[in-house]
Design a protein around this ligand. Structure first.
Ligand code: NAG
Ligand code: NAG
Ligand code: NAG
Ligand code: NAG
Ligand code: NAG
Ligand code: NAG
Ligand code: NAG
Ligand code: NAG
Ligand code: NAG
Length: 893
C-alpha cells in the first residue's frame, strides 16, 4: 500500500492535492509482496467446535434407495420410502453413468419427474438454505437437452423453464454439475415444500436436495437493519419474507474454503480470481487470531475468510480495485462485503479509508474498517442493495461491478482499499420469482493457432461446447491450456485466450521512474536489484536483435553485460500485451527474489521504468535442457550427465516443495524451463505461474484455474482444478521420459497411442518394451538395471492418482539410486568391479535435509481410478474435445 504521509498525528492535515500525491512515499512493492505472501505456517486448528449447529439438516440423495456417503463424509438418505417424498416414486429413479468421470454422491442417482412432484420437509420456522444438486446427463435414454422445468418452494418461484444442461454448459471454468443455493424463510406452522414442474413435453430431474437451517438473522435482518439502496439514497428493508438465491460467495484473495470448513452451514467459499478485473492488486494474508464480536458473530464467516485479503498495493492511485460479476437483469441484488484489518501497518482509524462503488455508483464514502469494527483483527460486514436494470427491456445478463478506490478527501495515512470476503444474493421480484433466463447455447468459433475440434459424429444435434484453445507462443513454446472456455453471452462471440484472463493491462510498479534516481536498490533486503532502463538498453545495445538468445510470445530474451561488462546476464523483456502479463511478472519477482538455491535460476533484478517489464537473470551458458535432447544440432549428452541433470532438477523442486516456509508449486515444469549453466548444472526457471501451496498443512490443495503446458499437465489437476505439489511430480515424470527418449511430450502426427509421451512411455514400461523407445544415442550406454529403476520411477511419477505418486524427495532418492546402479554396472563392465559393487560406491545417498524413506516401497499398484482416469489422458481423447465437457467438479458453484 502507499503510505501517504506522516501527517496523521496532526489533526489538521492539509488537503491532499495532486502535488502531494506525486510525492507519495512508496513502500516497496516487493517488501509488501514478500512480507505478506510468504507468511508462516499454519496454526493448529483442528478443533471440531463449530460456531453454529443447524437445527434442520436434511440430505436427500434423490433416486437412491439406500443411504449413502459423499466425498465430505456427509451421509445422505435415499429418497425412496423417505418421509419427505410421496410413496409412488419407485419407477422414476435412474442411475447416472459416465465413462469419463468418477461420479460422487449425490450425483450417482437421480429422480426423474414427468409430472408435478412435491417433496415436503417439516422443518422449524426460520430461514433455510435449499441446495439443489444437478448432474445433467442422459438418464434412462432420456435426452438431457430436453429437460426443462420450473421449481417452486412455498410462495416462491425458484426456477422457471430451467435447463440444468444449458446452465452447466455455460459455466466457466468447465464443470459437470452444479449446485443451486436458495434461501427461503419458512413461517410458523409452515411446511417447506419443494415442487418440480416439468415444462410441456419435457421432464424434470434432480440428484440431491439439501436443507440446512441458519441463524435467524444472518442474512435476513429485519427492519432494525435498513440497507443502503445504492444510487437512490434510500434504505432497503429485507423483512417481508424474501427468497434469495446465492450467486457468489468468495474468499477474496484466498483459496477455496470447503463446505466442511464453513461455520456449520456447509457454505462453499470460492476464490475470487475469476472475477477480478484488469488490476488485481495484492493478496496479503496473515494467519492471525480473529476476534469475533457480537455484531459479527463467529458463524458469519470462517476465520480463514478474514485472514486473506485483496488490497491495492503501491499503485493504488492509478486504478480502481475492481470485480465484475455476470448477473440477471431486472432484480435487486444484496451484496455483503466482509472486512477485517489484519495487516501490521493498519491498526488505527483513518489509516486506510476508501470509497466503494457498486455498478459505477458511489455506495459508500469513507469506508474505514477499523472505525467500523473497533480494532484490528475484528471482522465486520456491510450490506448494500442495488437494482440491476434491464436496459433493453428484456431479461439479459448484465455485469455487476464492484470497485474500490482510496478516499483521499479523508486524508488517510495509506492510499489503499481492502476486501476480505464477498457474498452476492439475488432477491425475489415482487411476483415472488427468482428465475432468470437460461443461458443461450453458443457454439464458440474457435480461434488461435492451435484448435482441436470435436470428433463427435452427430454434433449437429448435440453440439459440444468445450473448446481448448492452446496458444503456442513461439520458440519458448508456452502452451496455455484453457479449459472451460465457455462464454454464453447474448450476441457475443467467444473471444480468444486473452479475454479469459484479466486483460493484459500492464501496471507499472511505480510511476515515479522519471522523478527518481533510477539505479540502485530500493529494495528492503538486497535480494533483488532494480535496474534503470538506461542500464538495460546499454547492456543490450538498445535491444539489438543480435543479442537475442531466445524469443516467444512473451517477448525476447537478450544476452547482456552489466556492471561495465563484468557480469553476463540474460534479460527477459516481457511484451506488455503478452499473456504473460503483469501478474506473472510480479509472481516471478516475488517468488524468485526470495529463493536462493543452486538449482534455481537466480533473479538478479528487474526493471519497470517506462512501463517496461524486464527481468534480469544469471546467464545460463548452455541454454535449455530441451536443446540438448532434440530439435537442435547440439551434441547428444551422455546418459550419466542426463541423470545428473535430472538429479539437479529434482533437488531444485525438492527445495521448492519443502525448503521454503510454504510449499511452492512451480506449475510449469518442462524441459524448456530447465536451464544449464556452463558446468552443466541444472537450474529451474520461469516462476511466472508458480503458486504458493495451502496455508494450512491440512488443506492439501490449492484450487485454481488450470494453467500449464500441454503434454506436461497433471490430469488430476485439470480434472479437479486442485493443485498440489504432486502436479509438479507429474510434469517432472514427463521430463524424465523426455530425457530418456529424447522426444517431445506431444507429437501430434504420430499414431494415436504414441502422441502423448506420458501415455506412451507408461504403456511401454508396462509391456516391458521401454528399451525400444530409449534415445538411440544412449541405448548402448544405459545399464539395464538403471533403465529398470529409471522406468519404474518415471512411471510412478505419472500415476493418475496424485496420492500414489512419490513425493519429490523419493523421486530424488530414486534418481540418485539409478545413477548409482549405472555407475556400479559401468565398474563391473570394466572388469574391475572388486567388492561386487558393494564397496564405497554402494552407500545410499542421504544428502537431504529430511529423512528419506525408500521410494515406491510397498505402494499398491492397483489403481481403482485408473481405468476411469486413463480415459482423461488417452491421446485419442486429447484430440476429442468432448472430454473436457465431462470434467467433473462435484462442487459446482
Ligand atoms: C437411512 O437413514 C435414516 C436415518 O438417517 C434411517 O431412518 C433409514 O432407515 C435409513 N435407511 C436405510 C435404507 O438404511
Ligand atoms: C412411472 O409410472 C407412472 C404411472 O404409474 C407413469 O405415468 C410414468 O410414465 C412412469 N415413469 C417412468 C419413468 O417410467
Ligand atoms: C442403480 O444401481 C443400483 C446398484 O448398482 C441397482 O441396484 C439399481 O437397480 C439401479 N437402478 C436403476 C434404475 O437402474
Ligand atoms: C443423449 O440422448 C440423446 C437422445 O437419445 C442422444 O442423441 C445423445 O447422444 C445422448 N447424449 C449422450 C451424451 O449420450
Ligand atoms: C405443502 O404441500 C402440502 C401438500 O402438498 C400442502 O398441504 C401445503 O399447503 C403446502 N404448504 C405450502 C406452504 O405451500
Ligand atoms: C473508479 O470507478 C468510478 C466509478 O465507476 C469512476 O468514477 C472512477 O473514475 C474510477 N477511477 C479510476 C481511477 O478508474
Ligand atoms: C462501469 O465501469 C466499467 C469499468 O470500470 C465499465 O467497463 C462499464 O462499462 C461501466 N458501466 C456502466 C454502466 O457505465
Ligand atoms: C419478495 O417476495 C415477498 C413475498 O412474496 C414480497 O413481499 C417482497 O416484496 C418480494 N421482494 C421484492 C424485492 O420484491
Ligand atoms: C479444513 O480446515 C482444517 C483446519 O484448518 C484442515 O485441517 C482441513 O484440511 C480443512 N479441510 C478442507 C477440506 O479444506
Amino acid at each position: 500500500m502507499i503510505k501517504i504521509s506522516h501527517h496523521h498525528q496532526t489533526p489538521s492535515l492539509p488537503k491532499l492535492n495532486p502535488m502531494l500525491i506525486s510525492t507519495l512515499q512508496l513502500s516497496s512493492f516487493l517488501c509488501l509482496l514478500l512480507s505478506t505472501t510468504i507468511t508462516a505456517a499454519a496454526v493448529d486448528d483442528n478443533s471440531p467446535w463449530l460456531p453454529y449447529t443447524p437445527t434442520d439438516y436434511i440430505l436427500l440423495d434423490c433416486g437412491s434407495s439406500s443411504n449413502t456417503t459423499d466425498a465430505s463424509l456427509r451421509s445422505w438418505d435415499g429418497d425412496v420410502r423417505s418421509q419427505f417424498s410421496p410413496s409412488n416414486i419407485e419407477n422414476t429413479s435412474s442411475n447416472a453413468t459416465s465413462s469419463k468421470s468418477v461420479i460422487q454422491v449425490p450425483y450417482k442417482t437421480s429422480r426423474i419427474f414427468h409430472s408435478q412432484f412435491t417433496y415436503s420437509f417439516p422443518v422449524s420456522a426460520g430461514p433455510k438454505f435449499i441446495r439443489l444438486y444437478f448432474y445433467p446427463v442422459n438418464y434412462s435414454e432420456l435426452d438431457i437437452t430436453n429437460s426443462f422445468f420450473s421449481l417452486t418452494s412455498n410462495d416462491y418461484t425458484l426456477l422457471n423453464n430451467f435447463s440444468a444442461f444449458l446452465t452447466v454448459s455455460a459455466m466457466k471454468p468447465a464443470v459437470a454439475s452444479l449446485i443451486k443455493e436458495f434461501i427461503v424463510n419458512v413461517r410458523d406452522n409452515q411446511i417447506l415444500n419443494i415442487t418440480f414442474w416439468p415444462s410441456p413435453n419435457s421432464y424434470a430431474f434432480v440428484n440431491g436436495i439439501e436443507v440446512v437451517s441458519m441463524p435467524e438473522n444472518l442474512y435476513i435482518r429485519g427492519n432494525d437493519h435498513p440497507i443502503p439502496l445504492v444510487s437512490e439514497n434510500q434504505r432497503f428493508y429485507i423483512d417481508n419474507n424474501p427468497a434469495l438465491e446465492t450467486l457468489y460467495r468468495l474468499n477474496v484473495g484466498g483459496n477455496e474454503v470447503s463446505i466442511t470448513n464453513d461455520t456449520g452451514m456447509f457454505r462453499l467459499w470460492s476464490p475470487d480470481d475469476d472475477y477480478t478485473y484488469e488490476d488485481y492488486g495484492f493478496t496479503p494474508h496473515r494467519d492471525v487470531a480473529i476476534r469475533y464480536r457480537q455484531e459479527t458473530p463467529p458463524y458469519t464467516a470462517p476465520k480463514i475468510i478474514y485472514t486473506t485479503t485483496r488490497t491495492m498495493g503501491n499503485d493504488s492511485l492509478r486504478y480502481n480495485l475492481t470485480w465484475k460479476f455476470p448477473v440477471d437483469s431486472g432484480f435487486y441484488y444484496l451484496l455483503r462485503l466482509h472486512f477485517c484489518e489484519i495487516q501490521l501497518e493498519v491498526t488505527l482509524k483513518n489509516q486506510r479509508v476508501f470509497i466503494i462503488y457498486i455498478n459505477n455508483q458511489t455506495a459508500q464514502r469513507g469506508a474505514d474498517v477499523i472505525q467500523w469494527s473497533g480494532g484490528t483483527r475484528i471482522p465486520v460486514f456491510k450490506d448494500y442493495v442495488i437494482m440491476v436494470t434491464d436496459p433493453d427491456g428484456r431479461q439479459s445478463k448484465q455485469d455487476l461491478w464492484l470497485a474500490m478506490y482510496p478516499e483521499l478527501d479523508f486524508r488517510p495515512e495509506y492510499a489503499d482499499a481492502i476486501l476480505n470476503g464477498l457474498e452476492i444474493f439475488k432477491l425475489n421480484r415482487t411476483d415472488g420469482s427468482l428465475a432468470g433466463a437460461n443461458p443461450e447455447l453458443v457454439l464458440s468459433p474457435p480461434s488461435g493457432p492451435f484448435t482441436l475440434s470435436p470428433q463427435k459424429k452427430n454434433n449437429k444435434e448435440t453440439p459440444r461446447w468445450a473448446v481448448i484453445i492452446g496458444t503456442v507462443v513461439g520458440g519458448g513454446s508456452v502452451l496455455v491450456l484453457i479449459l472451460g472456455f465457455l462464454i454464453f453471452r447474448r450476441r457475443r462471440r467467444v473471444k480468444a485466450l486473452g479475454s479469459t484472463q484479466p486483460k493484459s493491462s500492464w501496471v507499472p510498479l511505480s510511476d515515479r521512474s522519471k522523478s527518481t534516481k533510477t539505479s540502485g536498490s530500493s529494495l528492503p533486503s538486497d535480494l533483488c536489484r532494480r535496474f534503470s532502463l538506461e542500464e538495460i538498453t546499454s547492456a543490450t545495445c538498445n535491444f539489438d536483435d543480435n543479442f537475442v538468445i531466445g524469443a516467444g510470445g512473451f517477448g525476447n530474451v537478450y544476452k547482456g553485460h552489466i556492471d561495465n561488462g563484468a557480469t553476463t546476464v540474460a534479460i527477459k523483456r516481457l511484451n506488455p500485451s503478452s499473456n504473460q502479463g503483469a501478474r506473472e511478472f510480479q509472481t516471478e519477482i516475488g517468488m524468485l527474489s526470495k529463493l536462493r538455491h543452486l538449482h534455481l535460476v537466480s533473479l538478479i533484478g528487474y526493471c519497470n521504468d517506462n512501463r517496461e517489464m524486464i527481468l534480469i537473470y544469471d546467464y545460463m551458458a548452455r541454454g535449455t535442457l530441451r536443446d540438448h535432447l532434440y530439435k537442435s544440432k547440439k551434441q547428444p549428452i551422455p546418459w550419466k550427465q542426463r541423470l545428473q541433470i535430472c538429479i539437479g532438477t529434482a533437488r531444485g523442486l525438492h527445495y521448492l516443495h519443502t525448503g521454503a516456509k510454504r510449499t511452492i508449486i512451480h506449475r510449469d515444469v518442462k524441459s524448456t524451463n530447465i536451464l544449464l549453466d556452463e558446468k552443466w548444472v541444472a537450474k529451474i526457471s520461469d516462476f511466472g505461474l508458480s503458486k504458493l501451496g495451502p496455508i494450512d498443512a491440512g488443506h492439501n490443495h490449492v484450487s485454481t484455474t488450470v494453467k500449464g503446458s500441454f503434454g506436461y499437465l497433471d490430469p488430476e489437476y485439470y480434472k479437479r482444478q486442485q493443485l498440489t505439489e504432486k502436479s509438479d511430480v507429474y510434469s517432472f515424470g514427463v521430463v524424465l521420459f523426455e530425457v530418456l527418449c529424447a522426444r517431445p511430450a506431444i507429437i501430434l502426427d504420430l499414431p494415436e497411442d504414441q502422441v502423448n509421451l506420458a501415455e506412451w512411455a507408461r504403456h511401454c514400461y508396462k509391456n516391458g518394451t521401454l528399451d525400444q523407445i530409449v534415445d538411440p544415442n544412449i541405448r548402448e550406454e544405459i545399464a539395464p538395471e538403471c533403465l529398470k529403476k529409471f522406468g519404474e520411477l518415471g512411471d510412478s511419477c505419472l500415476r493418475e492418482n496424485g496420492f500414489k505418486r512419490p513425493g519429490i524427495n523419493n523421486v530424488l532418492w530414486g534418481l540418485e539410486f539409478s545413477l548409482q546402479l549405472q555407475e556400479e554396472a559401468e565398474m563391473k563392465g570394466q572388469g574391475d568391479g572388486g567388492g561386487g559393487g558393494g564397496g564405497g560406491g554402494g552407500l545410499l545417498p542421504v544428502a537431504l535435509a529430511s529423512p528419506l524413506t525408500p521410494p515406491l516401497h510397498g505402494e499398491s499398484m492397483t489403481d481403482n481410478d485408473e481405468n476411469v482416469l486413463r480415459s482423461m489422458t488417452n491421446s485419442d481423447k486429447l484430440k476429442n474435445m468432448t472430454l473436457f465437457s465431462e470434467i467433473m467438479n462435484p462442487m459446482g458453484r
